[in-house]
Design a protein around this ligand. Structure first.
Ligand SMILES: [Fe+2]
Ligand SMILES: [Fe+2]
Length: 187
C-alpha cells in the first residue's frame, strides 16, 4: 500500500461538512501526538483520515459491508452508534487496499477501544476525543494528559466514556469494560 497517499479528497466526497471538519481536527491532533510519541506520521495521517469515512452510510450500507467480515449475530451485537468504526475498517481494507494491520486496528477500535492497544490505536482513539471542533470541555482536560502519558489518558477517557454511557442508560460493550480494567492498572 502507498503510505504517502492522501485520502482526504475521497473522504470529503463521502462525509458531511461537520464530519469533514472533525476529520481534519483528528488528523491535526494525531500528528501532534505522533510527534510526541515517535509514532509513524504517515500511518497516523491515514488512520485519522479514514476513521469516520463510513459515518454517513445508512444502516443497510453498513450492514452490507460488515457482512464481508462478521457473522450476522456479531453484527447485531454492535451498537448502532459505533457500527461505523467497524464498517470503516472493512471499507478501508476491501476498497482502499489498506493492508497495514496497525492502521486497520486504529480505525476499527476508535470507538469501543480494547485492552493493550498499540500507540497508534491509542493516538487515534484519543485524537477523536480531543479534536477541538467537538467543543467538549472534557477535551482540554484529556489533551493535557494525552500529551504526557497515553495509558493514563486511555484510563481517563474510558472512565469518562463509561460513566457517560451509564448516565444515559446505554449499553456498555464488554470490550470497553475490559479496556478500562486493563488501563486502570496504569498510574
Ligand atoms: Fe467515529
Ligand atoms: Fe471521529
Amino acid at each position: 500500500m502507498d503510505y504517502n497517499k492522501d485520502y482526504l479528497p475521497l473522504v470529503k466526497t463521502m462525509v458531511d461538512e461537520k464530519r469533514y471538519i472533525h476529520t481534519l481536527g483528528v488528523i491535526d491532533e494525531a500528528l501532534k501526538y505522533s510527534k510526541i510519541y515517535n509514532a509513524d506520521i504517515n500511518k497516523a495521517r491515514i488512520a485519522a483520515s479514514l476513521h469516520d469515512i463510513t459515518k454517513n452510510f445508512t444502516q443497510d450500507e453498513n450492514i452490507e459491508l460488515l457482512k464481508k467480515y462478521y457473522k450476522m449475530s456479531e453484527i447485531e451485537s454492535i451498537p448502532k452508534s459505533v457500527m461505523h468504526s467497524f464498517s470503516a475498517f472493512v471499507y478501508s481494507k476491501e476498497y482502499l487496499g489498506i493492508d497495514d494491520i496497525d492502521i486497520l486496528n486504529a480505525i476499527k477500535n476508535h470507538t469501543l477501544s480494547r485492552p493493550a492497544m498499540s500507540d497508534l490505536e491509542k493516538i487515534i482513539y484519543l485524537s477523536d476525543f480531543t479534536d477541538p471542533s467537538r467543543n467538549l470541555d472534557y477535551s482540554n482536560h484529556l489533551r493535557e494528559i494525552a500529551k504526557k502519558d497515553l495509558n493514563l489518558a486511555m484510563k481517563d477517557a474510558l472512565t469518562y466514556t463509561i460513566s457517560y454511557l451509564k448516565e444515559g442508560n446505554k449499553v456498555i460493550p464488554k470490550i470497553t469494560y475490559d479496556a478500562l480494567n486493563y488501563y486502570k492498572e496504569f498510574n
